[in-house]
Design a protein around this ligand. Structure first.
Ligand SMILES: Nc1ncnc2c1ncn2[C@@H]1O[C@H](COP(=O)(O)OP(=O)(O)OP(=O)(O)O)[C@@H](O)[C@H]1O
Length: 621
């Protein structure tokens, strides 16, 4: 006779619907990061949930487990054990269960661009700050990768690189580092008026680049090239890449037939001009091949970052460098101090990195006591050949990340989250204050949430997450997994975020990938940076809840606009030394926008002064 199936009770302590007991696994709403356990008796399940019950229980093998996500087919009884059980019974569930909000729904205009990409069309989409360009790009990348399209990502996952490195990073990725270095040498020769080097890689008559089979292979196979922050890539570089693509692929179609997906706002930060040659900024739309590569720009009009229309209008007129007298008055009035009651101060944006470091260090030093050091664990990944990347090279690659190699924190330090934990509330850019340090076990005992970001940054959760898995190439060996951090007896910072959530921040994984998504190096670090101050360049792409900007030292076109447009509301924005003269837009950009229908007729074209533009440039930005 067949044995009767044993009844099971599934108690969910932290989940979508709060503490609840189910008698069938199928009824349980899947919730990544939930805490659940299977019991053979109802009373045991109730007891585990803290519901008063007289019956005693025999269960001594409690474990914290990961609830599977829909469709992963996991058996609840075989869920992955994350921690052992000694402290399980004393665990108090958090009063409030963090809700994972649904993924962002693309707006109709974002969807329209997405459809163009799906139809295989090359596209350049633009729009003011906060119109959801990066969100759309992330969806496109997901789709490309999911659909098996070979995608060479510019720097879309490396938004945190300092600006100067961005263009170099992109080119290095696409050309291969050696080819890029030689291209720079050629530019230098041009600048100095020397004849072209005989080894010039980009000469029409020279096919030496074909000697690097891996680079050639990559160029030949890539189907979609994605570039974020296209405003930072100059036109000469764009033409060179276009030429390279055509010649390597032996295909005379624009960009050798590669589908281009370009995104950015030319009213934000421009390419770094060459201070020595005194040549005006050459934008990528100035490239000879731009028009043949991408058709008419598509402009996203709906601004998501700010909700107040009056603020959106002011920022838009600032974007074009033309403010009305009432807008100037309003910006001047923003010099008042904004007082917050939760002890968190606004993040101050500075034009240079040196100012940022100074401001953060000063503030940290003012807090009495020694800081707790959090050194990162850096792990070299793999070359395409399958060889391990050298520690020196990994170090170089990782230095571009926003995650720091050495982070020092104290109770009271103001910090910023640099990974997404919960869509909509605990995201990259959310600020908070360190309120203590604890082990994961302490946190579990006290019911403090443990923030675990996934290592892609776009689909995340608060809760416990299975460590990264994957094949040898994608998983640098010897690295500690997230689970190991969770098991470790080390103290990690507890941060009280601006929304009131207290979260223990365990290390997250920050990866540098090559053009094909292969992990070249990985940094395991607590996903926090000091956030009293931030550079304007680093803030590009960020959404900040509280911002203070001193425009006194602004030196570049687009800089004031980038800084102020990070703010989500005018009530939480403080602007010092507002000077309408510093609100500058590039004449070339406005002309180009006018030609392409992106500029209202009411906006006048300004006069550009190249000397003035170049004079302000220094190396430290
Ligand atoms: N379709 C959408 N629905 C709701 N919110 C959205 C949508 N698209 C974007 N957002 C939100 O708007 C904010 C700004 O988005 P995003 O950073 O992608 O804008 P952006 O155009 O790239 O800005 P910037 O040019 O300043 O980098 C983010 O908080 C994002 O979550």
């Amino acid at each position: 006779m067949p044995k009767a199936a044993k009844t099971k009770y599934y108690a969910v302590k932290i989940g979508k619907e709060g503490p609840k007991i189910y008698d069938s696994w199928d009824e349980v709403s899947r919730y990544p990061g939930a805490i659940h356990k299977a019991f053979s008796s109802l009373s045991q399940a109730e007891q585990w949930l803290g519901i008063q019950h007289n019956q005693d229980h025999n269960d001594s093998s409690t474990a914290l487990q990961r609830l599977p996500t829909p469709g992963d087919g996991a058996d609840p009884d075989n869920a992955i054990v994350i921690s052992d059980s000694e402290s399980e019974h004393s665990m108090v569930p958090p009063e409030e269960v963090p809700a994972v909000e649904p993924e962002i729904q693309l707006s109709p205009e974002q969807q329209q661009v997405f459809n163009m990409v799906k139809a295989g069309r090359s596209v350049f989409f633009t729009g003011a700050a906060g119109t959801g360009k990066s969100v759309l790009l992330r969806e496109i990348i997901k789709w490309c990768r999911g659909g098996g399209k070979r995608t060479a990502c510019g720097d879309c996952f490396n938004w945190d690189c300092e600006r100067k490195e961005k263009a170099e990073h992109l080119l290095g990725k696409i050309l291969g580092q050696d080819k890029y270095r030689r291209m720079k040498e050629r530019q230098e020769r041009e600048r100095l008026g020397l004849p072209p080097d005989e080894n010039d890689l980009l000469s029409e008559h020279d096919n030496k680049y074909e000697k690097n089979p891996r680079v050639v292979e990559r160029w030949r196979k890539v189907q979609v090239l994605i570039v974020d922050e296209i405003s930072m890539i100059d036109g000469i570089l764009f033409d060179k890449l276009e030429f390279l693509a055509r010649s390597i692929r032996r295909n005379q179609l624009p960009f050798g037939g590669i589908q281009l997906v370009l995104s950015g706002d030319f009213c934000q930060l421009p390419p770094v001009p060459d201070r020595f040659s005194k040549v005006a900024t050459i934008f990528s739309f100035d490239a000879k091949t731009w028009d043949s590569c991408v058709g008419k720009p598509v402009t996203l009009r709906k601004v998501f970052r700010q909700k107040e229309q009056a603020f959106v209008d002011m920022l838009n007129s600032m974007r074009f460098g033309q403010l009305t007298p009432p807008a100037i008055k309003t910006f001047r009035d923003l010099s008042r101090e904004v007082v917050y009651n939760d002890g968190l101060v606004p993040t101050e944006l500075f034009p240079t990195r040196a100012e940022v470091d100074r401001a953060n260090t000063e503030r940290l030093n003012k807090i009495p006591g020694d800081g707790i050091p959090f050194p990162a664990i850096d792990v070299p990944g793999w070359e395409e050949s399958g060889q391990r990347i050298s520690a020196e090279k990994a170090d170089k690659l990782l230095n571009n990340l926003i995650a720091q190699k050495f982070l020092t924190l104290k109770v009271g330090a103001q910090v910023m989250l640099i990974k997404n934990l919960v869509q909509g509330s605990l995201v990259n850019g959310t600020i908070g204050r360190v309120v203590g340090f604890a082990t994961t076990r302490d946190a579990l005992n006290k019911g403090t949430w443990i923030g675990v970001a996934d290592n892609k940054g776009d689909k995340s959760q608060v809760g416990l997450l299975q460590g990264q898995d994957g094949d040898k190439k994608n998983k640098p060996p010897g690295s500690e997994t997230v689970q190991q951090y969770l098991r470790s007896g080390r103290n990690w910072p507890i941060v009280k975020f601006s929304g009131g959530e207290e979260v223990l921040c365990v290390p997250a994984q920050f990866e540098v990938t090559n053009a094909e998504g292969l992990v070249q190096a990985r940094r395991d670090q607590v996903p926090l940076i000091l956030a009293w101050a931030l550079s304007i360049h680093k803030s590009q792409g960020q959404t900040l809840e509280r911002v203070r900007v001193d425009l006194g030292r602004i030196f570049e076109k687009g800089q004031a606009y980038v800084a102020l447009s990070r703010a989500t509301s005018i009530d939480r924005l403080q602007v010092l030394h507002f000077d309408p003269g510093k609100v500058m837009a590039h004449q070339r950009v406005l002309e180009w926008m006018r030609e392409h229908g992106g500029l209202p007729n009411t906006v006048n074209l300004p006069h550009d002064d190249i000397d003035e533009e170049l004079e302000f440039w220094g190396d430290d930005f």
